[in-house]
Write a protein that binds this ligand. Structure first.
Ligand code: ADP
Length: 539
């Protein structure tokens, strides 16, 4: 029997409309790229998002068209999220730390018609502008007085673009499975892959992360996503904040400890989210200055494993609860979250810590399981380990541009994990051949290809080695061509021509040979194990 309830689609436009009508006077505070703090309300944001949606329609952006952004967390980026997706187009956020070559590939693969960029990223875009195949105009997210000098003919000022367009907009109603946003992940070898979120997946994910045991959002909370809006949609926080009326603090480009601290104190931030590396700066700052963390009550840390010391400092020294989260671009990203069960709260500190360093239990909507190499499901006993698989309504079934491939019913994460009887998942290793430094991926394959392009390098392998600040840094191992002895700096200079500076391996070690597996592939797991205590220069 079919139910007799309304079939109202779950749409992103309804989140901001609800935010503006129920919590219209709630504040959104942004640190701008120009420097000063910008402050307005959900009501103001709604009106400006309507102006932008009208402007996009007047320009001729159609449903399904892709609109790119290269920007920090700020109020105009927030307006773009809602205006682009809400009007039926696809908001494609990009990581400015990618190399010019990667950015060009992504913009062209997505077919972005418009780019919205912070003024600081203009040189980056100028350098690749003549290689962009679909981009018609570049909208600089600034007012007329802050427009940078530039020779590009197709440059538009954001404030001129939204101009005198109407402050209301008739948000279209369409199928909730319509694409809303696009985010590329370099999380696998080869070219970056696009993850195409839907209105339905975004709204359901927002409901999930607002829950008390995840971020605990609501009108009485003030949330500061330090995780960038180009990194899996700031883990969904802008959408969930609008929906729940949380005060929203957007920290812009300044992510150093002192700048974050200033915002936490001045705006009474109660909840934050970001990768572990970022919090080292904040904790260092408060320790140095002998301050406390004011109103901050909890922090969601994910993207990389949370060190035990970070948990103890936040919780014991500052009374801030650490909630470790696990996810991927392909999982929207929140899939697992770690909070102690009520029965564990009286356990001795070391027992509690042993749980807290795990990645967490699956949130409602997401199922997780581990499998061995033959695909057999392994027991959830906290000991058996295998590749982690996940499924749920906000987990990718295909990559963008590859819709004809068979839909995945379980997503293979490339992480190796255990799951205990209580459901706590713990990542023990990574099957995918990658390095994650400060929460951002470095592609080992690309570095290896560059290294072997050097005439004196016969074979190369790049592996992750643990690093106290960046979590992991790349180490390059090379086998020299017979009769040559390539110098470390020469190899690094050769690679530096093609990759962002932070991708450069921290060290180069020449070895006699590399361990190979049965299929002739370099055994990275063995190398990672062998070099796990390798001392990188400067450490
Ligand atoms: P995000 O960084 O937002 O989690 P990415 O798609 O860039 O998304 O990276 C996902 C990968 O990051 C995971 O597959 C896993 O390898 C790693 N990762 C994410 N969260 C954690 C965590 N809490 N602990 C360890 N590794 C993590």
């Amino acid at each position: 029997m079919r139910a007799l309830m309304m079939d109202t689609p779950l749409l992103i436009s309804s989140q901001l409309r609800h935010g503006a009508s129920m919590y219209g006077d709630q504040q959104i505070v942004s640190r701008t790229v120009e420097g000063p703090i910008h402050r307005y309300t959900y009501d103001d944001a709604y009106k400006r998002a309507c102006r932008l949606a009208n402007a996009l329609c007047a320009y001729g952006i159609d449903q399904g068209d892709r609109v790119g952004t290269i920007a920090w967390n700020g109020f105009r980026h927030f307006e773009i999220y809602f205006a682009v997706s809400g009007s039926g187009a696809v908001c494609h956020t990009m990581n400015p730390r990618l190399s010019p070559g990667q950015l060009t590939y992504i913009i062209n693969h997505a077919g972005d018609r418009l780019l919205f960029i912070d003024a600081t990223f203009l040189p980056l875009v100028e350098a690749i502008a003549d290689r962009l195949t679909a981009v018609e105009a570049i909208v600089v997210m600034a007012d007329a007085t802050h427009m940078p000098e530039c020779a590009l003919a197709n440059l538009v000022c954001y404030e001129d673009f939204i101009g005198a367009h109407a402050e209301d907009y008739d948000w279209p109603v369409f199928d909730e499975n319509t694409a809303s946003s696009l985010c590329y992940t370099s999380g696998t070898t080869g070219e970056p892959k696009g993850v195409l979120y839907s209105h339905r997946s975004t709204v359901l994910h927002s409901l999930c992360i607002a829950l008390p045991d995840v971020l605990h959002l609501g009108e009485h909370e003030c949330v500061m996503p330090v995780v960038p809006m180009f990194h899996v949609n700031a883990w969904g926080i802008p959408y969930a904040a609008a929906m729940t009326g949380s005060k929203l603090v957007l920290p812009g480009p300044k992510l150093d400890g002192a700048s974050l601290y200033e915002l936490i104190l001045a705006e009474n931030v109660t909840v934050t989210a970001g990768v572990p590396t970022l919090w080292l700066g904040l904790l260092g700052h408060v320790k140095e200055t002998g301050q406390d963390l004011g109103s901050l009550r909890r922090t969601l840390i994910g993207g990389a494993a949370v060190p035990e010391a970070m948990v103890t400092v936040f919780e014991n020294d500052y009374g801030v609860e650490v909630r470790q989260g696990w996810g991927m671009t392909e999982t929207s990203p929140v899939a697992a979250l770690n909070r102690l069960k009520p029965t564990m709260s009286d356990a001795p500190e070391d027992a509690r810590l042993r749980i807290k360093v795990k990645q967490g239990r699956s949130v409602f909507g997401v199922e997780m399981e581990i499998r061995d190499a033959t695909g057999k499901r392994l027991p959830h006993d906290g000991t058996a380990f295998g590749e982690l698989f996940a499924r749920g309504p906000w987990i990718a079934s295909h990559y963008f541009g590859n819709a004809e491939s068979a839909a995945l019913d379980w997503f293979p994460t490339g992480d190796i994990a255990t799951i205990d009887a209580d459901g706590y998942m713990h990542i023990t290793d990574r099957a995918k051949d990658l390095i994650k430094s400060g929460g951002e991926w470095i592609g080992s394959l690309e570095l290896e290809n560059l290294a072997t392009n050097h005439p004196d390098v016969q074979q190369a392998a790049v592996i992750a080695v643990p690093h106290p600040k960046w979590d992991e840094r790349p180490l390059l191992l090379i086998v020299a061509r017979p009769g040559t002895a390539p110098a470390r700096q020469e190899i690094l200079d050769h690679i530096a021509l093609h990759v962002p500076k932070w991708w450069l391996p921290d060290d180069v070690v020449t070895v006699e040979s590399l361990p190979l597996g049965a299929t002739g592939k370099v055994l990275k797991t063995e190398l990672r194990h062998q070099y796990r205590d390798h001392r990188l220069p400067g450490n």
